[in-house]
Design a binder for this molecule. Structure first.
Ligand code: NAD
Ligand code: TDX
Length: 342
């Protein structure tokens, strides 16, 4: 594999994945296609410029996965070996306020991308999906790849629709797609609308931490680099048509997680503020990753204790990164680096 296209590489997981791939495979070059929505921040990969050997193998293309003409131009037959598809609207709360962009990017965008990949004869495609497509668990059991799909939010419904399109393209056209479904990621460069960076940022400034409902909803946390290693394993060793679950074997209630964050930051529990619950809030996610362990020789390497410590330290060392997001200044980073926005 010499040249891959990554979509959504200026977001949280995509930027970590690109950095990981370039560092791991010295022969690999990457094109990053990103629309730069509010969640896309090219600054997440600015450090590549400090290493000419990495920078020479990285290219950024601003564009929308819904734009068929643009994608056709980018995906010239023979030019790209594989596509890893991260680009999505990813925040559940935003999907509750307005599901339109979720349907457009996550469903229509995936359909257009699949068509263009087929047309270009792409030999491997990874659909980066989520455990949320399985819906919500009670207090027992875990999601396996056989668990029926039962999404509950507009976000997860749109991700499920995309997964079903991928499944259909495999069955109908023999399109060489692999689908991954991962639990909640944490780590550097996560947009501060998601629980962990939001709470670190708020607590650092002695601002309240808005815990939804009782705080007893459970999430299964995985370090973003373990997820990236899983996607890489699926890309290189996955069987077309298969789905692989990834999880961190680390179930925590939101309240326990909040206590851990407050302890790591040396801040008091009095910062916790119980607020109205998220409508349709899924009670519990937990992943059974046996298949990925068995078939991809993958397993999580970062313990939650160590991962959370490193993550808190990263956000404390990068307060400017958060400040530029909160002030909106990050939106002009692209203009400063590359000239006018498209
Ligand atoms: P993110 O919101 O941080 O990044 C999404 C990126 O996609 C941004 O850079 C954005 O500009 C880009 N994008 C959005 N719409 C686009 C479009 N129409 N065309 C081109 N680019 C577009 O998301 P993330 O947390 O990094 O998640 C990446 C993927 O992983 C998503 O598909 C998400 O569903 C999936 N996932 C996330 C998690 C998690 O915990 N964050 C867990 C499992 C799966
Ligand atoms: O302010 C908050 N208060 C709060 O109690 C926020 C932002 C969240 N929460 C709760 C809701 C969830 O139970 O914390 C939990 C985690 O919330 P998010 O960080 O918004 O993640 P979640 O909704 O679980 O979805 C995430 O994991 C799966 C990602 O955003 C998805 O893209 C991914 O597919």
């Amino acid at each position: 594999m010499k040249r891959i296209l990554v979509t959504g590489g200026c977001g949280f997981i995509g930027s970590n994945f690109i950095r990981h791939e370039l560092a791991t495979y010295p022969e690999l070059s990457i094109i990053n296609l990103d629309k730069l929505t509010y969640a896309g921040n090219p600054e997440n990969l600015a450090d590549l410029a400090n290493d000419p050997a990495l920078a020479a193998r990285y290219e950024f293309a601003r564009g929308d996965i819904c734009d068929r003409e643009f994608l056709t131009g980018l995906l010239q037959p023979g030019g790209i070996d594989a596509v890893v598809h991260f680009a999505a609207e990813s925040h559940v709360d935003r999907s509750i306020l307005d599901s339109g962009p979720f349907v457009q990017t996550n469903i229509v965008g995936t359909q257009v991308l699949l068509d263009c990949c087929r047309q270009a004869g792409i030999s491997r495609y990874v659909q980066v999906s989520t455990d949320e497509v399985y819906g919500s668990l009670g207090d027992d059991g875990k999601f396996t790849e056989e668990t029926p799909l039962a999404p509950n939010s507009p976000y997860s419904a749109s991700k499920t629709a995309a997964d079903l399109l991928v499944r259909a393209y495999f069955h109908t056209f023999g399109f060489p797609a692999v689908t991954t479904r991962c639990s909640n990621n944490y780590g550097p460069y996560q947009f501060p609308e998601k629980l962990i960076p939001l709470f670190i940022s708020n607590a650092s400034q002695d601002q309240p931490l808005p815990v939804y409902g009782t705080g007893l909803n459970v999430r299964d946390w995985i370090h973003v680099l373990d997820h990236c290693r899983g996607i890489d394993a699926a890309l290189r060793r996955g069987t077309p048509g298969e789905v692989y679950n990834f999880g961190g074997d680390c179930e925590l209630t939101n309240l326990d997680l909040t206590y851990s964050l407050l302890e790591a930051l040396g801040k008091p529990k009095t910062l916790i503020k119980y607020v109205a619950d998220r409508p349709g809030h899924d009670h519990r996610y937990a992943i059974d990753a046996t298949k990925a362990k068995r078939e991809l020789d993958w397993e999580p390497q970062v313990t939650f204790r160590e991962g959370l410590k490193q993550t808190v330290e990263w956000y404390q060392a990068n307060t400017d990164w958060i400040a530029r997001i909160k002030s909106g200044e990050y939106l002009s980073y692209y203009e400063r680096q590359y000239g006018a926005r498209l």
